[in-house]
Design a protein around this ligand. Structure first.
Ligand SMILES: *[C@@H]1O[C@H](CO)[C@@H](O)[C@H](O)[C@H]1NC(C)=O
Ligand SMILES: *[C@@H]1O[C@H](CO)[C@@H](O)[C@H](O)[C@H]1NC(C)=O
Length: 322
């Protein structure tokens, strides 16, 4: 953590933890993105994000990237400052217009939990419990025995396939709820809920990586055969981000290799202009983005991956004895 106070570029951070990994036997993490690429990915995201959930995800990505001290992944999250530097808040009013679609677990429970952590007391505890219960109930309905979640069940337009992005939303959403509870003043009273969330996240990411393709990508339908589905870099990026986050809090590095392979294919999938290639069309769910079209959420997921990678690298550097 003390190293984070030094001005180190992300590249240097990556090399440092790479070397430390070799020397100390810590897991070796993948080389990161360079700062110029990340700026382009970010600018592209802001240019094309327009739907409520895209703007909400973009805001979350901005928080983790540019204001990590305010994100729920840091102990400094609560209480947040009462006054923010306007440069930090940016266009975050979009957060108000948050939507609840199949991607529900990423959208609603983290918000409920955050609200609960802010409220504190009995009301706050109630809200934290509700955020947890929403995850639990969604899992009850959507989870299949192999550990992956179906896309949409009950009601109209059901989709029983194990959609990559749906599983990524669920794992990443539960991760935000978990981290919010952990950094709230109620953390002690919510031990069993934290354990459950940790297990449920692990269940999704460990199941998903069993189907990782040779070059590191996941398929849009995670467990389909390659000729029945197609490579999807969006879900690959978000599941890798969640895997890095999980390792940072559990110290279980058994899935890092998969995340590293995913990071490698994502780095190779960002073109010179900062656009993530090989994404699913986020509006159809089941066709690749058309040539020249890009995924706003895919752009955000690259930033979430970069931020998760950076935090793990920082943790590894900070783990050195003083
Ligand atoms: C906020 O939105 C305005 C208008 O769309 C845009 O010009 C500006 O660049 C945005 N600011 C940030 C930080 O994205
Ligand atoms: C990775 O492999 C898949 C096939 O499994 C292919 O469709 C995709 O284009 C490859 N990605 C890169 C960046 O080479």
């Amino acid at each position: 953590m003390f190293v984070s106070k030094l001005i180190v570029s992300f590249q240097l951070l990556g090399s440092l933890s790479f070397v430390l990994g070799l020397v100390l036997g810590l897991p070796v993490i993948q080389v990161g993105f360079n700062d110029r690429t990340i700026s382009k990915v970010e600018a592209d995201m802001l240019q094309i994000a327009e739907h409520s959930w895209e703007l909400g995800t973009a805001c979350e990505a901005e928080a983790e990237l540019a204001s990590p001290a305010l994100s729920v992944f840091r102990a400094s999250a609560f209480p947040p400052p009462t006054h923010l530097n306007p440069a930090i808040t940016g266009n975050s009013t979009a957060m108000i217009d948050i939507a609840t679609k199949a991607d529900f677990v990423y959208m609603a429970p983290p918000f409920i939990a955050y609200y609960g952590a802010l409220a504190g007391g009995a009301v706050g505890a109630d809200l934290l419990q509700q955020a947890y219960d929403q995850c639990r109930l969604y899992r009850n309905y959507l989870r299949d025995p192999i550990g992956l979640w179906r896309h949409i069940t009950l009601g109209d337009g059901t989709d029983e396939t194990h959609w990559g992005t749906g599983n990524a939303w669920a794992a990443a959403g539960m991760m935000r709820v978990l981290q919010t509870i952990r950094h709230s003043e109620q953390a002690q009273a919510f031990q069993s809920q934290q354990e459950d969330l940790t297990n449920w996240i692990h269940e999704i990411v460990s199941a998903a990586w069993q189907f990782q393709q040779a070059n590191g990508t996941l398929l849009n339908t995670i467990d389909a055969s390659p000729w029945d589905s197609f490579a999807d870099s969006s879900s690959t990026a978000l599941l890798a981000a969640t895997t890095y986050r999980l390792a940072t809090i559990t110290f279980d590095f058994s899935l890092i290799e998969f995340a590293n392979k995913a990071m490698d294919v994502i780095r190779r999938s960002v073109d010179d202009d900062g656009w993530l290639q090989n994404t699913v069309d986020p509006e159809t769910f089941n066709t690749p983005s058309l040539p020249g079209e890009h995924s706003p959420e895919g752009q955000a997921f690259v930033l979430l991956l970069h931020s998760a990678w950076r935090d793990l690298a920082e943790w590894m550097v900070g783990a050195l004895p003083p």
